[in-house]
Design a protein around this ligand. Structure first.
Ligand code: LLP
Length: 438
């Protein structure tokens, strides 16, 4: 089975206590405290290898990792050691990979409103590609690349007009989108870039059709749109674009009813469409770039929480509250995302009770999992929520002045802190009281 089709990390062991990466989760909770993000290194490496193998059927492939899913220094090191490049979307992500010692030529800078400071940082550190999203940034890139005496290799971000069935906030390929150029605008941006100056080399096209995608056909359609455009641009402008970046988006299994296709099914659909359309439109084989985020890191991550208070509403829901919630995982309240959980210290307990796992934050919408059957819970039990590697820490907040949790990396029975837990001092360290209030 493909890693993105699993509910749990590949190293999960079900003894009396749940173990991941050879580490007992109850011990991890005791040692590092909760809430705790735990990342299983073997699961990341296994999914990377799976992607590389599945796409090796096409000659020219570059795998990138969409850092927005989870961007930390240690995670960047792991991905780089698997020969992945990086899709980054902010000065913060650029700085993180740079400080982690990543080869910046493997980095692509993407985003619909890159600020002058971010563009300058990207040019200074020598990111390998810009994904050009709008006219405004063409002027900025051109001005700043002149300042540094550099030229910039770029892809044009286009919206291919493909709608995938996913949550509307994470669809991006449809025409009415804030990202990129629609097909009718491509010629004018090319002509604009050609007239601005020679600092921007257009190398290819870039698109991303959405996230948590389960339909291989969406990718096949996307590839056709991109190849057709490359052929059209060549005919009209005699510009040979030799890179296509089809973004990320492959879905994962959060709950047992989710049925994502395997990485191989997706790769076959993409490669078949690519080969077919290369022939149909008569272009040279371009280099194919992919930039998955969620499917690389989601399954590798779990979050541990400690159970605190409970409340039975007579005749209705039983709420069991944990010591985290929407500040460390905003996805259920933002996207109605569903998760699966188990009790790390009660693997062999056969009692069952239907409960709702509530977070500790001050709003009713802070519910992590609605109606899940778990062994009877008591204060102090450790709940393990699965598939929290992607878009949890990266979207975490300090809501209610919560402290952001620690993150540990587990592998071969070893656990290492890769993000330190925030402290109360960290929280107030950025505060300032103006003199007149003292
Ligand atoms: N490339 C581009 C240009 C993107 O915009 C994204 C995600 C990716 C790659 C990676 O997509 P993935 O393989 O992770 O699906 N916060 C939302 C997800 C937003 C995704 C935004 N773009 C969530 O928690 O579901």
């Amino acid at each position: 089975m493909s890693t993105n089709q699993l509910l749990k990390p590949i190293t999960i062991e079900e003894g009396n206590n749940l173990c991941v990466g050879g580490c007992d989760m109850v011990d991890l909770a005791n040692k590092y405290g909760t809430p705790l993000y735990v990342i299983d290194e073997q699961t990341i490496r296994s999914v990377c290898k799976e992607y590389k193998k599945a796409f090796s059927k096409y000659e020219k492939v570059k795998m990138m990792y969409a850092s927005k899913a989870l961007c930390t220094s240690a995670i960047s090191k792991i991905l780089a050691s698997e020969n992945f490049g990086f899709d980054v979307v902010s000065g913060g992500e650029i700085y993180t990979v740079y400080k982690a010692g990543i080869d910046m030529s493997t980095v692509l800078f993407n985003g619909n409103n890159k600020t002058p400071d971010e563009i300058e940082l990207a040019i200074k550190y020598g990111v390998g590609r810009f994904s050009i999203d709008n006219y405004h940034e063409v002027e900025l890139i051109s001005e700043l690349s002149k300042k540094y005496g550099k030229t910039v290799d770029a892809l044009l971000r286009i919206t291919p007009g493909i709608e995938c069935h996913t949550h509307k906030y994470i669809q991006t390929g449809q025409l009415d989108s804030k990202f990129g150029f629609d097909l009718s605008q491509i010629d004018s941006i090319i002509e604009h870039i050609l007239t601005v100056d020679k600092t921007i080399n257009i190398r290819g096209l870039h698109a991303h059709i959405g996230s948590q995608i389960f339909e291989p056909q969406c990718y096949a359609d996307e590839v056709e749109v991109l190849v057709k455009e490359i052929a059209r641009i060549d005919n009209k402008y005699n510009i040979k674009l030799d890179e296509i970046n089809i973004g990320g988006g492959l879905g994962v299994k959060y709950v047992s009813s989710d049925n994502p296709p395997s990485i191989e099914i997706i790769s076959d659909s993409i490669i078949d469409s690519l080969n077919k359309n290369i022939e149909k439109y008569g272009i040279e084989k371009p280099t194919l770039y992919l930039e998955p985020g969620r499917s690389i890191i989601s399954t590798a991550g779990v979050t541990l929480y400690t159970v605190g208070s409970s409340k039975q509403v007579p005749g209705m829901t039983k709420y069991v509250s944990v010591d985290g919630g929407m500040a460390d995982n905003p996805r259920p309240s933002m996207y109605e995302a569903e998760y699966y959980a188990e009790v790390a210290n009660k693997k062999n307990d056969s009692t069952k009770e239907k409960i709702t796992i509530a977070g500790k934050f001050c709003e009713s919408g802070d519910i992590l999992i609605k109606d899940i059957e778990l062994p009877k819970l008591e204060a102090g039990d450790i709940i393990c929520v699965y598939n929290t590697g992607a878009y949890n820490y990266s979207m975490a907040s300090n809501y209610n002045r919560a402290l952001k949790p620690a993150m540990v990396l587990v592998n071969n029975s070893q656990s290492d802190m890769i993000i330190y837990r925030e402290t109360l001092e960290d929280l107030v360290s950025r505060d300032n009281i103006p003199g007149r209030l003292l």
